[in-house]
Structures are given as structure tokens and as C-alpha cells.
Design a protein around this ligand. Structure first.
Ligand code: GLU
Length: 419
């Protein structure tokens, strides 16, 4: 059997091919030369498989899709507190190149608009870093995220620098308010180089999938970003990634995303997929017209809206059985907050009446961190109530089962405890 997923992507593409609304960006002269008919889609799962349709190996400049990853680099290099003191996380509701600064602190409102992204670029590496080191940091991180060595499109960079008056004006204003430390010309040159890194839709789908899988690059298996950084990056993409269209985008499509003026659009759905599209004609907000439709279709047809859920309730407690002086609690599936709550609620509502309780984790797929802590706390409380607590966990799904008071549940040898 041949998987139907590439056919499905091709079908989406075919249905949108004739849509020629919008126009290629022309405020950067080199971008005005792009072939407006190019069109590509890529989807990478958190298991590291990539599916593509169309011009999937054509390279284009990453532009503003660099902003979330540069933000992730700044968080890694300088820490949340330092970065947060200089760039906010509020949607600006204004165009990408507006000078949206908070009135009291003069911080740019978020790292997705140019003012915030120019500031973020200057935060890379550390105070006093050379301009070239900051560009190298972005290039190294983006390459690790893509799983291959990326390069700067020097023609695009030079072309943008020739017409960068607006970004220079923003940078001078930021320096005036003490947000930028370095020479505005150097910072804009570095930021522009960062925006000129060449990628294909395959690259951006894999980069987005890395955010979707908690910072682990799903093809190389490398932990490129830590989990909290991936989460923060996705959060700011969700609230501000689509500029002044961020609210309606999230309402309709519900995928944290970031667009770039060269026509790229990337999105990441936590725990599931990274998606990339490329089509150079842009709408009035600077977002790719056909790219938006690709995401709209994927969100609707594949149920990828972040706020959509089909999971109502949990079946974490598979079975509860009393045999002589022992109560067996058989857990199953994924024990997250919700799953652990079901177990704790049952113990609270109908406390075991036997002197021994055995928690059987042999059918558990995994415990989330909070699920683990909650189940262990439940076991600790049973033990405080004078109950002897045992654990049947042949696959060791429950790491560190110590009850927090120096004692351990007694370990039940590998065997099914169910009847
Ligand atoms: N380098 C572009 C600029 O700063 C990026 C804009 C975008 O992709 O939205 O104007």
C-alpha cells in the first residue's frame, strides 16, 4: 500500500493552484523577482516522517519565519527574565513593521513584529558579542533545527539592506529608549542576514515539527531546544505570529504559525505535526494567500485546530478489584492530570477497605510528569492512612516510585494482577 497522505497534500494543492490573488513582496527588490506561481506543501510528524507536494526543494529566504526561532535562541542564551525585560509577549494588533512599543517600558510588544525581532536578534549570544557571532548563532541553531547545514542568501540580504530605512528607523528608536545596546546599523544588518537564511518547505516543516515535539528534532533525535523554550515559542506564535491577523487566524485555523514575506508559512501543532507551505503571493497583512488556504484546509479536514478536542473523559482506571485482603487498581493508557484525577477521585470517593492496595501499571503507556506526581501522592496518602502499598510495574512506566517519605511501595513481581 502507498500511504495516501502525499496524494491528499497534492489534492489540496491542485484545488488552490489557480488562486492568483495577492502580490509578491516588492519592498525588498530581490523578492520582487520571485516566481509567483511556485507552490509547495510539506508536513512532518513528530515521529520524523515528512510528506510533500509541489516545489518542495525550491529554496527561498526564511524572512519573518526566523523570528520564533531567534526568540527561542535568545531565551536559551539569556534566560526568560532577561529577554522578558526587553521584549513583551502581547499581540500588537498592528502591522509587522509598526513601531509597537509599550508606552511605559518602551519594550517592543512581542518578538514577532520587526521591533521585537530586531531586539531579539541583538539578545543572541550575550552582551558584547560580535555582530557576526550573532548571525552565526542563528545559522547554527536553524541548521540544527532543519537537520542540515543552511546558508545565507547574500543577494537577498544585500538587496534588503539597501532599502532597510524603516527597520533602521525602528532600530534607532529602540536605541534611543535604551532597548538596543549596539549600533543600530549593525543590529539591522545582523537581523537582515538572519531573515535571509535559505530554506525549503521541507526545512520549515521539520523546524516547526521540532517545536511541536518539545524541542526534539524528530529526524535527528537531538534535543535542540529545551521543552519550556519550545512551549514559550509556540505560545507567542499563537498570539502574535500572524501580525494584525493573529486573532482571526487563531479563530479559523487554530495552529500556532509564522509567516514570512518571501511566501513561506510554517505552523506547529504540539504533539502532532509541523507544517510548511510556500507560495509567494501575499495578502495585505503580508501573509501568503495560498498558504493561508492550505492551513485552513488542513485544520478543517484533519481536525488540527488546537482548541478542538475529541477526548472527553479518561479511561485511566481500567479495573478495580478486591481479592482477599488486597485491592488491585489497574491503570491504563496515558496517565496525565486528567487520568490521575480519575484514579485519585475513585480512591477519595470509595476508600479501599483492605489493608493492602496494589497499583498495577502494567497497562500504562506512560505517565506525564504531573500524572506521575499525582499517582505517587495518592500512594503516599494511602500509606499515611495505614495501608500497605504495592506497585506492579514490569515495564517501569512509573519512574522513581519513592513515596517522598523515604519509603517505597513494595514491588509486585511481573504478572497480571487482573482477574
Ligand atoms: N526581513 C523582513 C523585514 O524585516 C521580514 C518581514 C516579514 O517576513 O514579515 O521587513
Amino acid at each position: 500500500m502507498r500511504t495516501p497522505i502525499p496524494d491528499y497534500l497534492t489534492e489540496i494543492q491542485d484545488s488552490l493552484r489557480d488562486d492568483d490573488q495577492g502580490a509578491v513582496a516588492d519592498y525588498i527588490p530581490a523578492l520582487a523577482e520571485a516566481d509567483p506561481d511556485l507552490f509547495a506543501i510539506a508536513l512532518t510528524t513528530v515521529a520524523g516522517r515528512t510528506y510533500t507536494a509541489g516545489d518542495c526543494d525550491v529554496e527561498f529566504s526564511i524572512q519573518s519565519m526566523s523570528k520564533p526561532f531567534a526568540y527561542a535562541a535568545a531565551l536559551t542564551d539569556r534566560g526568560e527574565e532577561f529577554v522578558g525585560g526587553r521584549v513583551g509577549v502581547e499581540p500588537s494588533g498592528e502591522a509587522f513593521n509598526e513601531l509597537s512599543l509599550e508606552s511605559d517600558s518602551h519594550r517592543p510588544k512581542n518578538p514577532m513584529i520587526n521591533a521585537g525581532a530586531i531586539t531579539t536578534h541583538q539578545l543572541l549570544v550575550g552582551s558584547g558579542a560580535k555582530p557576526a557571532e550573532r548571525v552565526e548563532r542563528a545559522l547554527d541553531l536553524f541548521s540544527a533545527l532543519a537537520g542540515r547545514r543552511l546558508a545565507i542568501d547574500e543577494a537577498v540580504r544585500d538587496s534588503e539592506l539597501e532599502t532597510a530605512d524603516r527597520n533602521l528607523a525602528i532600530a534607532h528608536m529602540l536605541r534611543n529608549y535604551g532597548i538596543l545596546e549596539d549600533d543600530p546599523h549593525e543590529v539591522v544588518a545582523g537581523y537582515t542576514a538572519q531573515c535571509s537564511i535559505r530554506v525549503s518547505v521541507r526545512d520549515i516543516a521539520v523546524m516547526a515539527a521540532t517545536l511541536a515535539s518539545g524541542g526534539i528534532q524528530p529526524v535527528t533525535g537531538e534535543q535542540v531546544l529545551d521543552r519550556a523554550t519550545a512551549r514559550k515559542t509556540l505560545s507567542v506564535m499563537a498570539s502574535a505570529g500572524m501580525y494584525d491577523a493573529a486573532g482571526s487566524w487563531f479563530n479559523d485555523v487554530g495552529i500556532p504559525a509564522k509567516s514570512g514575506v518571501a511566501g513561506g508559512l510554517l505552523g506547529a501543532l504540539p504533539g502532532q505535526v509541523g507544517i510548511g507551505s510556500f507560495s509567494p503571493r501575499l495578502d495585505a497583512h503580508g501573509n501568503s494567500v495560498r498558504g493561508i488556504e492550505v492551513f485552513r484546509r488542513l485544520s478543517t479536514d484533519m481536525g488540527l485546530h488546537l482548541m478542538d478536542t475529541e477526548s472527553f473523559g479518561s479511561h485511566a482506571l481500567r479495573d478495580i478489584r478486591v481479592d482477599a485482603d488486597t485491592t488491585y487498581l489497574s491503570l491504563q493508557g496515558i496517565i496525565d492530570f486528567n487520568g490521575a484525577e480519575v484514579v485519585l477521585h475513585r480512591l477519595d470517593e470509595a476508600p479501599p477497605e483492605t489493608p493492602t492496595v496494589i497499583v498495577d501499571a502494567s497497562r500504562v503507556e506512560r505517565f506525564s510528569d504531573v500524572g506521575r506526581r499525582m499517582v505517587i501522592e495518592g500512594m503516599r496518602r494511602l500509606s499515611l492512612d495505614g495501608i500497605t502499598v504495592g506497585l506492579a510495574d514490569p515495564e517501569e512506566r512509573l519512574p522513581d516510585p519513592g513515596l517522598g517519605d523515604g519509603t517505597m511501595p513494595f514491588i509486585v513481581p511481573a504478572q497480571r494482577t487482573e482477574s
